[in-house]
Design a protein around this ligand. Structure first.
Ligand code: ADP
Ligand code: ADP
Length: 232
């Protein structure tokens, strides 16, 4: 069972000389797996994230999210698929500054049909799971970095998405707070969430089950963290 699948994906930017930001990438992200994506600057990490997160479409090849071919959807359908099936976590948290923690977590449910009471209950349950039940009325500037990232993680999970996609999720956190947030990622993974983390940091990537190494728009190798490496 596959949460996201890329088949012979190429992404070409044409500003002068064409640049193949991704060049023949095939990758299956099984449901319930925990994948890290690493690679030097310019290797295609952001481009891959944008495709896996349904923010962009490939120039060639196919991307399937939750068994739907992203390239065949209208803009509106793509927005809806992203809103319901992808949970985003960013280095800079990207919370709405004027909304409380509870309101931030509840927000993505506007893509679903749930009424206000249901949305608040679901948001409250997730805040509880990330250990912030007592902070639901706080605004982001009244929370620490680690607490903000936990709110962001709760928000990413509120629609029960096919995949949670985190871009340098601990880049703005001190070592201790980072460990706490990554522990939470591990807990949600254990509970069945499909996690994908893009990171420059080896110790962050090592929390995953496998590391996809990108180089020059290609998958250089996939490192299984049980010690076995598949050379491509
Ligand atoms: P990374 O995230 O690993 O730094 P990117 O995916 O951002 O890599 O970039 C991969 C390559 O594609 C780089 O050569 C970059 O300059 C190029 N690129 C990325 N986005 C664009 C864009 N919107 N327009 C033109 N070139 C781009
Ligand atoms: P990161 O540190 O996450 O790898 P980047 O600096 O690679 O970030 O990219 C930041 C944003 O700029 C991305 O959304 C990417 O698509 C865009 N981008 C990267 N390279 C280029 C480029 N050469 N031309 C235009 N946009 C680019």
């Amino acid at each position: 069972d596959t949460a996201v699948s890329l088949s012979n994906v190429r992404k070409t930017y044409r500003v002068g000389e064409p640049v193949h930001a991704l060049d023949g990438v095939s990758l299956e992200i099984p449901r319930g797996s925990y994948t890290a994506i690493m690679g030097p600057s310019g290797s295609g990490k952001s481009t891959l994230m944008n495709l896996v997160g349904c923010l962009d479409t490939p120039s060639e090849g196919d991307v399937f999210i939750d068994d739907r071919n992203v390239g065949s959807l209208s803009g509106r359908e793509r927005t809806r698929l992203r809103g319901t099936q992808v949970g985003f976590v960013f280095q800079t948290f990207n919370l709405m500054p004027r909304l409380t923690a509870l309101e931030n977590v509840a927000l993505p449910q506007l893509f679903q049909g749930a009424d206000r009471v249901e949305r608040r209950e679901r948001a409250r349950a997730l805040l509880e799971r990330v250990g912030l039940a007592d902070r639901e009325d706080h605004r982001p500037n009244e929370l620490s970095g680690g607490q903000r990232q936990r709110v962001a993680l709760a928000r990413a999970l509120v629609n029960d998405p096919a995949i949670v996609l985190a871009d340098e999720p601990s880049g703005n956190l001190d070592t201790e707070t980072e460990a706490e947030v990554l522990d939470l990622f591990g807990e949600f993974h254990e509970a069945g969430t499909t996690m994908v983390v893009v990171t420059h940091e080896r110790h962050v990537a090592e929390r995953a089950e496998r590391i996809v190494h990108l180089l020059d728009g290609k998958i250089e190798r996939i490192e299984e963290l049980d010690g076995v490496t598949d050379e491509l």
